[in-house]
Ligand binder design. Sequence first.
Ligand code: 5RP
Length: 232
Amino acid sequence: MAHETEKRNAAAAAMDFVEDGMTLGLGTGSTAKFFVEFLAEEIADGLVVRGVPTSEETRRLAESLGVPLVDIEQVDRIHLTVDGADEVDGQAQLIKGGGAALLREKIVANASDLMVVIADPSKQVEALGAFPLPVEVTPFGYTITAKKVYDALCQAGVLRPRIKVRTGPGNIPLRTDGGNYILDCDCGTIPDAPKAAAHLAHVPGVVEHGLFTHLCRVVIIGSEDGATIFEY
Ligand code: 5RP
């Protein structure tokens, strides 16, 4: 795996934010996987926490490692969420959803007292947009929704975004855990992420989008021999 050590070191540094008794949002992806593995080791040594997984993939991983889980409907407080990102800029704005889990990731992050992002240095960008922005849409009317997403992004200052429905095995549209489709929107550059987020939120058929603004307050960037913590 590319950047394996950097991802692992970022995840290890995030363990410093974990305290006994916490309810934790468990992110999705290869970096978040390292965090769940570290957590499982600490739980085996006596740490008492419970997790809210952000995807079925993470649920299966946590269960296989003996991390206690709690149904999100039974939770009134999530103390901390630790998750990866596809891009992070200098204001802790993110693109997420490369693993198609952005809807649950955003619900859980938004419900958390603190969201900590763990990433390798390749995820740091000057401006968001080189990574295609995932937008989760209802299958009903998705070709119309894609045109409206195009318009919304243009209104937010994106130049000629290229939009594709994400496909899976058999070249059919991939279904998210919620049964929806993902539109991957190649924007080049997103000049104003909050503006793009606001425009996308108004498109009927858009369930959620992968722009995370005002959600993350700590970014941990792993390196070959440690990690750097940025607080916002
Ligand atoms: C999943 C995500 C992931 O956090 C993002 O894709 C980063 O993944 P990785 O840690 O494997 O690079 O948003 O929906």
